[in-house]
Design a protein around this ligand. Structure first.
Ligand SMILES: Cc1cc2nc3c(=O)[nH]c(=O)nc-3n(C[C@H](O)[C@H](O)[C@H](O)COP(=O)(O)O)c2cc1C
Length: 402
């Protein structure tokens, strides 16, 4: 039975619906995080340690929440994170997310792992789209990918630097070695009960030609080898770019460049010095290093280091409009969300993603009005109470980094 998107009450409700609608390994793939999932939990915990302060009797019925991000006016200070393999969660997932985001006046940083060609994504969108880069295939493949994304008209390039070696999502161990799904008899037998229990998802999955095999996906996009080579040093096998590579990318890429996956003021300064226009303070939603700090806890020192020079985005644990206002009060330019929109997509397709964005928008408008503010531009440290909030101090790094 299709979920009526309008009935999704909040992100936690969307999560419950996604859990019901997806085969368990897929739900665990999106919902899970590395090892004990401590970093994922603390991403969310950190937001609960900050209170929003109110100014009584100053209710604004129509506060301004639009924000300029990398030269584009977004209808709200929130846009969508790259998530690889979105089409596994819903057969029309890639385009559905692009349509929902741009239809809501915001945007989507599509992943290199998006199984739909960048040109088709741009054609489906009604506004600018960003692209997130991982190196794929040979040196020439990576060169071509950057050129192709530029020619396709993607408006900014997000280079993810926190995925050197994959974090272990231990929840997936319960599904043995059958994730991601492959078109094989063994996987078919393993998944048969799950597929029967989730007929709607299964129908879409079969309709979409079972887009599960990564090698097939690479071949379809003209990527010849699955070994990943750095463009700056073709002899070296890499899974994600180094600073040397970023220097190279900066020269190739003519539009705004953003480095995603930084957690220290030192690295933020390094990104700025390599010519990036923005950074994403991110720990990959707690999917890489478990015990990496929560993003909100490192935000104040990073804003202090580079906030005047570049746009600072934050993701990880953003689940309410009020969370976005808290990050903005600490100096973030805008927030990004990963799992929340995937829950919405899995629950109700494009309408589910639209609903998630609508929830964030209405929560932000309501909270801002209740705070007695007429614009997100008014948010600063005076709008929040932080005595329970544990921010990281970075004393050692600052001494080291100078
Ligand atoms: C299933 C899944 C796949 C992801 N794939 C990518 C990816 O391809 N590239 C990337 O830069 N980040 C990827 N991420 C990380 C997100 O972009 C983002 O940093 C994280 O989800 C934010 O935390 P949140 O889920 O709590 O909002 C992925 C996250 C999830 C949950």
């Amino acid at each position: 039975m299709a979920t009526n998107a309008a009935k999704i009450r909040n992100i936690n409700h969307a999560r419950k619906l996604a859990r019901r609608r997806l085969p368990r390994p897929l739900f665990d793939f999106v919902d899970g995080a590395a090892e004990d999932e401590r970093t994922k939990a603390d991403n969310m915990q950190a937001f609960t340690e900050i209170d929003l302060l109110t100014r009584a009797a100053a209710y604004d019925l129509d506060p301004k929440i639009s924000r300029r991000v990398l030269g584009h006016e977004l209808s709200m200070p929130l846009f969508l994170d790259p998530v690889g393999g979105v089409r596994l969660f819903h057969y029309d997932g890639d385009r559905a997310v692009a349509r929902a985001a741009t239809g809501a006046g915001t945007t989507y940083a599509m992943s290199t792992g998006t199984r739909t060609a960048p040109e088709d994504m741009v054609a489906a969108a009604s506004g600018p789209l960003f692209f997130q880069l991982y190196f794929r295939g040979t040196h020439d493949d990576s060169v071509r990918l950057v050129e192709r994304v530029q020619d396709a008209g993607c408006a900014a390039l997000f280079v993810t630097v926190d995925a050197a070696g994959q974090g272990t999502i231990e929840r997936l161990h319960a599904h043995k070695d059958t994730f991601p799904m492959q078109k094989s008899l063994r996987h078919g037998l393993h998944y048969a009960p799950q597929m029967l229990m989730h007929p709607e998802w299964t129908a879409g999955f079969l309709l979409d030609g079972m887009p599960t095999n990564y090698q097939e996906y690479q071949r379809a996009r003209g990527i010849r080898r699955s070994t990943v080579r750095s463009p700056t040093s073709p002899g070296r096998t890499v899974t994600c770019p180094t600073w040397e590579d970023i220097k190279w990318i900066r020269k190739q890429w003519k539009r705004p460049l953003v480095v995603k996956g930084l957690l220290t003021p030192d690295d933020a300064r390094r990104a700025r010095d390599h010519g990036a226009e923005g950074i994403v303070v991110s720990n990959h939603g707690g999917r890489q290093l478990d015990s990496a700090p929560a993003t909100l806890r490192v935000l104040p020192k990073i804003v202090e280091a580079v906030g005047d020079d570049m746009e600072v985005f934050l993701d990880g644990g953003v689940r309410r409009g009020a969370d976005v206002l808290k990050a903005l009060s600490l100096g973030a330019t805008a927030c990004m969300i990963g799992r929340p929109y995937v829950y919405g997509l899995a629950a109700a397709g494009q309408a589910g993603v639209e609903r998630i964005l609508e929830l964030f928008r209405s929560e932000m408008l309501r909270a801002l009005g209740q705070m007695g503010l007429s614009s997100i531009d008014d948010l600063d440290a005076s709008c929040i109470e932080t005595s329970r909030f544990q921010a990281l101090r970075f004393a050692a790094q600052e001494t080291r980094g100078g």
